[in-house]
Design a protein around this ligand. Sequence first.
Ligand SMILES: *[C@@H]1O[C@H](CO)[C@@H](O)[C@H](O)[C@H]1NC(C)=O
Ligand SMILES: *[C@@H]1O[C@H](CO)[C@@H](O)[C@H](O)[C@H]1NC(C)=O
Length: 192
Amino acid sequence: MKTFAASLALPLLAAAAPAMQTPEGNPSFGVMAIRSASPIHYMQMNAAGQKFWLGGQTSSYCPDLQGLDCPAGNQTVIVGSGCALDVEVPGGQQIYVDPSGALSFTQAHSASIPPGSAIGGFKYEPGKPWSHYTFNGWGASGFMACPTDDNRWQVFAAMENATVPSGNVEDCLGFSAMALTYKGPVPAWQYV
Ligand SMILES: *[C@@H]1O[C@H](CO)[C@@H](O)[C@H](O)[C@H]1NC(C)=O
Ligand SMILES: *[C@@H]1O[C@H](CO)[C@@H](O)[C@H](O)[C@H]1NC(C)=O
């Protein structure tokens, strides 16, 4: 991992923070990676397979039920607290960092999160002109993107001890997660 090494000495700021401590009124947002002069600059963050990626596509599902007006489901949007996805499915879908360090989300109709995951530490930081999404659990300083063998980048908490697809955290790029306000109807029934 490049750029974030110094921050690893920080105390475990938010490891014990409760999930869903919600500053009400934050907008829902999509995430765009900022890391100038790199292949991930301006890439959108997409939810797919219970993980998050730069590149590839958002993966979503909507049941074929009479009377249900399905959203397009092609954009990944996070609710303003930063710890859940913006979905219609009852119960919602929570965001967490799994024990490998991978940014992850729960399946619909399940609150199941692997033991040893971090469920707090997400934050929406309002700013002008740009707002940001961060994760400070486990002393991580935000996020990093790690190359995969299918030409995407998987999103992890920026931690030296993450277990990344290439096996080498030095292959990952720390990035700033710009939070782009989403306006409109709930964008997905559920992400899958
Ligand atoms: C999502 O799909 C809608 C409807 O098909 C389309 O108008 C819109 O441009 C798409 N948005 C993205 C981000 O792909
Ligand atoms: C990684 O490091 C953090 C911070 O020291 C620690 O809280 C976490 O448990 C470690 N994770 C693993 C999988 O070793």
